[in-house]
Design a protein around this ligand. Structure first.
Ligand code: ACO
Length: 335
């Protein structure tokens, strides 16, 4: 049995910055409302014609991660692609990325666990590496939200929150059992599936059915979120799954050098920070700049924390996420 360890990180966000002020010009919202409720000041949106797709953003993040890992794309044994906004309904974005990377053939798998997608993918990579089946695994989270949001006042409760971007991590086999991923903990509770969902088009509501109905009031092809139910469940599940990880590894919250939460809402992160008695130096937040980039949010934040020298060799790092499904999870690692 081996451990798995992250040896390269990268991120990419589109150049186009959309501020709260920009949004308040196209819908009934304000910088004050968005800042107070979410902490978000701006996010990145793909601009039509800028060449960005879910897979091409992932490619840009991956190239940086591979270079930092000093690994060639051909040396990857597996691609795990976490996204809720794949390039196509099918096939998944993993195979598109494989082609863009110029790898003739390797396994590529999409992970459909929304905001928890990166934690689920990391946990999956860890299992493949631990058993010795694969040596080098790419885990990438990428989201193209902007094109599918209701950018009118009707959609303001959801559309102000989400942003586009990608983050990537290269994991490899580690023989030192004191380094790398120590444990992962993943959960789901499908009874809440429709509280944060995009219902149509789907196999429950095929496109021809939507076209035939021709109903201008049909909102089923926009994401729906019951914000308060999400919020209430998030704070409980975040706490549970972090505590489970700490207990499993005999760590105290004071042992945590860096906590990188999924960037769902600054108020959720601050609640968790307070609950675990963490200082500002122990928590990394960048939701102010990127909004919620779902599966990409943890790898983008982890990349920035590493680039800023806030994650160093030997540090105890805790990642945790909660999102649509509902799904949630944590990953505890020694850097
Ligand atoms: N600007 C101005 N007003 C708004 C906006 C907006 N963008 N959005 C909603 N409002 C209004 C509502 O219409 C409502 O008005 P009313 O009182 O006249 O009816 C009022 O503001 C309050 O709305 P609430 O929805 O009750 O606001 P709340 O305090 O719950 O904040 C929010 C909403 C920010 C969405 C919050 O519930 C939240 O952050 N929830 C968690 C979301 C989350 O974490 N998602 C992560 C998972 S995402 C994933 O997995 C894909």
């Amino acid at each position: 049995m081996y451990n798995s360890r992250i040896i390269g990180l990268g991120k990419y966000v589109p150049e186009n910055i959309v501020t709260n002020e920009d949004l308040s010009k196209i819908m009934d919202t304000s910088d004050a409302w968005i800042t107070e409720r979410t902490g978000i000041k701006e996010r990145r949106h793909i601009k039509k014609g800028d060449g960005n797709t879910t897979a091409t953003m992932a490619l840009k993040a991956t190239k940086i991660a591979l270079e930092r890992a000093n690994i060639a794309a051909e040396d990857l044994d597996l691609i795990l692609f976490a996204t809720l906004s794949p390039d196509y309904y099918f096939p998944g974005s993993g195979v598109v990325l494989q082609d863009l990377l110029g790898i003739p053939a390797c396994p590529a798998m999409d992970i459909r666990n929304q905001c928890s997608g990166f934690i689920y993918a990391l946990s999956t990579a860890d299992q493949f590496i631990k058993t010795g089946m694969y040596k080098n695994v790419l885990v990438v989270g990428s989201e193209n939200h902007s094109g599918g949001l209701d950018m009118t006042s009707r959609g303001r409760g959801v559309s102000v929150i989400f942003g586009d971007g990608a983050g990537a991590a290269v994991l490899t086999r580690e023989t030192n059992k004191e380094r790398g991923i120590m444990s992962s903990h993943i959960y789901s509770e499908g009874s809440y599936a429709e509280e944060l969902s995009l219902i149509g088009p789907s196999t429950n509501r095929w496109v021809p059915e939507i076209i035939e109905a021709n109903d201008p009031e049909d909102l089923s092809y926009y994401p729906y979120m019951n914000g308060q139910v999400v919020f209430k469940n998030a704070v409980v599940r975040f706490s549970e799954v972090i505590n489970e990880g700490l207990k499993k590894n005999n760590w105290l919250s004071t042992d945590i050098d860096m906590f990188v939460p999924h960037q769902a809402n600054l108020r959720i992160s601050q609640f968790i920070q307070k609950k675990f008695g963490l200082s500002d130096d122990q928590v990394y937040n960048n939701i102010m700049r990127y909004g919620n980039t779902t599966a990409a949010s943890i790898p983008i934040a982890l990349t920035e924390a590493w680039e800023e020298g806030k994650v160093k060799e030997g540090d105890k790092v805790v990642l945790a996420a909660f999102g649509s499904g509902f799904t949630w999870g944590s990953s505890l690692m020694v850097w």
